[in-house]
Design a protein around this ligand. Structure first.
Ligand SMILES: [Fe+2]
Length: 314
């Protein structure tokens, strides 16, 4: 949606009544106008934004011009920020932010997707015992008409399930693990190995890799979340699934993986989806407890997409 809003000189002059929330889709998401996020935000505005995130699940602010520090300050309105891995081709000054970019700091294409896992439906940080509350993503360079971010309203998706399916999901726990989810997707589990294609050397490598993956999993402990999870703030049930959920707990691994894959293959109704087509200067914040998200395709080699991301703890 286009916005021709004129930014006020100072947020402190903006009364709460002047904050405007325009729906982004039929069931969730709102575009917020009236605030310049590079400037001081008052305590009452912070409370209103926190409540708005709970109510709308996705908030969009357009035409923002933000430094790394200003984005981090904005994210901290919603909670402490998590330290993030760094993109070596495009490092940030502060580890509370990082860049998802398909070019390096000189503008040269790096020739690969900065985060291939983000092309699958997921909830950021679901692999941790205390999953992240929210993610703040800022569009610096965005390819026109490509690389949209899709959101799924998991309150609605749960509510729309048949009673029998809800009953089937009741009590199920999923194990969330970043590394094992990726290994499952890439068919790298030992029972997925094609022994006829492995020579002695590659078999040794696979075994070493598997040993290190298992070692980390047992050292760090497994992380389980219920499939039907009450939202931490509203208590409303959501379907808490996605790419990091790699198996249903309490079953022989291949059977648990198969069941999880079926659940993760649920088709979402279009009315439960919001697709955000980026403009430079867009800032989005979303509630990881009630939405899943994924990035759509774009031309990695010939287009430039530079996003800056912060993750808010629960
Ligand atoms: Fe993500």
């Amino acid at each position: 949606m286009e916005s021709d809003q004129v930014m006020p000189p100072d947020n402190r002059a903006v009364p709460l009544e002047a904050l405007h929330f325009m729906p982004l889709s039929e069931t969730f998401g709102a575009q917020v106008s009236g605030l310049d996020l590079s400037k001081t935000i008052t305590e009452s505005q912070k409370s209103a934004l926190n409540q708005a995130l709970v109510d709308h699940q996705v908030l969009l602010f357009r035409q923002q011009d933000l430094t790394e520090d200003q984005q981090i300050h904005f994210a901290q309105i919603f909670g402490p920020c998590r330290a993030l891995w760094q993109n070596q081709d495009y490092p940030s000054a502060n580890n509370l932010a990082h860049y998802l970019s398909n070019v390096d700091t000189e503008g040269q294409p790096i020739g690969r997707h900065p985060d291939p896992g983000s092309t699958h439906w997921h909830s950021d940080g679901s692999w941790s015992l205390q999953p992240s509350r929210a993610t703040v993503l800022y569009g610096i360079r965005v390819p026109e008409g490509e690389g949209a971010t899709h959101f799924a309203n998991m309150y609605q998706i749960y509510e729309d399930l048949d009673r029998s399916v809800k009953d089937r999901f009741k009590g199920l726990q999923a194990e969330h693990n970043f590394e094992l989810a990726r290994a499952t997707r890439q068919r790298r589990m030992p029972w997925q190995w094609s022994l006829s294609e492995l020579n002695r050397e590659s078999l040794v490598m696979q075994l070493k890799w598997w040993k290190s993956v298992l070692g980390r999993r047992f050292r760090d402990g497994a992380v389980y979340h219920p499939i039907v999870r009450p939202h931490p703030k509203t208590g409303r049930p959501t379907l808490y699934i996605g790419d990091h959920a790699w198996r249903i707990a309490g079953k022989f691994w291949p059977a648990g993986i198969k069941q999880m894959k079926e659940i993760n293959s649920l088709q979402f109704k279009p009315t439960a989806i919001y697709t955000h087509k980026w403009q430079p200067g867009d800032l989005l914040i979303w509630d990881n407890g009630s939405v899943l998200h994924k990035v759509g395709p774009y031309n990695i080699l010939n287009k430039v997409r530079i996003m800056r991301r912060c993750v808010v703890e629960s």
